[in-house]
Structure formats: C-alpha cells, structure tokens
Design a binder for this molecule. Sequence first.
Ligand SMILES: CC(=O)[C@@H](O)[C@H](O)COP(=O)(O)O
Ligand SMILES: NCC(=O)COP(=O)(O)O
Length: 247
Amino acid sequence: MLHLGVNIDHVATLRQARYATMLDSPNAEPVLLDAARESEAAGAHSITVHLRADRRHIQDADVYLLKRELKVKLNLEMGNTPEILEIALKVKPDFVCLVPENRKEITTEGGLDVPSHAAALKETTTRLKDAGIRVSFFVDPVRDHMYASADCGADMVELHTGTFANAVGAERQAEVVRLVEAAAQAHDLGLQVNAGHGLTTRNVRDLFAVPHLAELNIGHSLVSRAITVGLRTSIGEMLAVMGEYPG
Ligand SMILES: CC(=O)[C@@H](O)[C@H](O)COP(=O)(O)O
Ligand SMILES: NCC(=O)COP(=O)(O)O
C-alpha cells in the first residue's frame, strides 16, 4: 500500500503571513496541530514538516509539539547544517529527510548533490541513525546519486518529482523514465523508495509507472485544495487516487 505523508508547511506559511512567531499569540492561526490532527483523521500515514534555516514557515516549537502530540510518524525535512541537526537530535523525529536548501529559493529546487557532499552527509546520517532516526535523502533520479545515497548509509531516498510535475507531454514521459530507472536502482540497493514535490491529484497517476514506491510526501496541493473543500476532503481525494497505485 502506497503511504501518504502530508506536508503541512504551508499551513504554517499562512500563519507566518501575520508574523505570529509567538505560537501562543491570539493571531497564531491557523493552528498547525489542528491541521496535523485533521490529516491524521483523514488517513495520513505520517506528517512532514520542513524546518528551514530562515524559519519562513515551520518554527522550532512546531516540531517539538508535533513530536509530542502526533499519533502517526513525524518526518522532519532539513538542510544538513549543524544548527538544524542539533534540533533533530533533540526532537528525535521518526524520520529525517535531508534536503538541499538555498535561502533565496521559493521552494526546493532539486535533489541533493550526494556524491559531492558524501562525507558530510555520511557523518550526519550516522549521527541521526545512532539516535534511532531513519534517514532519507531527497534526490534527483540520477544513477550516481542512488549509489552514493546507499554508500552514505541512507535508509531511504525520496525521489524529487518537481521536474516531473512541471513537465508536460514528451518531457514528462522522459522524466518518468528517469524516475522508473532510479526507483529500480534504489530498490536493488536496498533503499526504501519514496517520492515527492509538486504532486497533485491531476498529475500523480502519471507517476504510477514508477515501481517500488512506498510513500509520497505531498503538501502544497493538499493545503491549497483544502481552502475550498477542507483538509479531510482534500486528503481523502488524494488517498483515493493513490489507492490505484499498482505496486
Ligand atoms: C523538500 C521538499 O520538497 C519540501 O520541503 C517542499 O519543498 C515544501 O517546502 P517548501 O515549499 O518550503 O520548499
Ligand atoms: N518532499 C516533498 C514534500 O514534502 C511536499 O512537497 P509539495 O507537495 O509541497 O511540493
């Protein structure tokens, strides 16, 4: 069964639009924990949050609160920096997904360059795994990056689907081929295969040619759709489509 990790970053984006950095201030809405609970009630298998260095959406206190209150597993996305690593080691989420981060980007623009940063990634992965945290690498569907992820000790890869989501026609088909090959390689290397970024109920069926998928992490489209139909319906619609995955 294909699992859904609901990314609630952009619930916090709306809260931060009023700079409600004091999470107990009267204008700190929407309440992130309410969104997490709605997601759980809708059938989310895990909750994903990205604690960015610039704290543009998720705040440190959110991560501690979610870890304490969630019934489902917590997946923390983070750049490989000493500051965020120390927080991860204190919070002890169930999973960490290491992602590239660029302060000026509007959203995550691609996967980690694993071969170029192998030593640093390996060291962080070891520290996280020693703390009992399963580690995922957010990667583009590139052969070398699958091998390098396994070499660094990652348990999982999350295949970056942003290029897939932005492509149309033949370009999307070409990206699907890359994702199919990368998923097969990662699986052969013993890595759990996840995917995410830019996925919607309109494009996700095109991804179903990719084998071995265990989990999709989806946020922006679910939160956007929730504005008109509510989070439970939005997540329910996605889970219904994901139920068609043949794997
Ligand atoms: C790594 C990733 O794909 C998610 O974190 C996604 O980027 C949502 O967060 P942002 O929109 O802040 O990038
Ligand atoms: N890692 C991808 C993720 O968590 C959600 O990405 P998006 O659906 O918000 O683009």
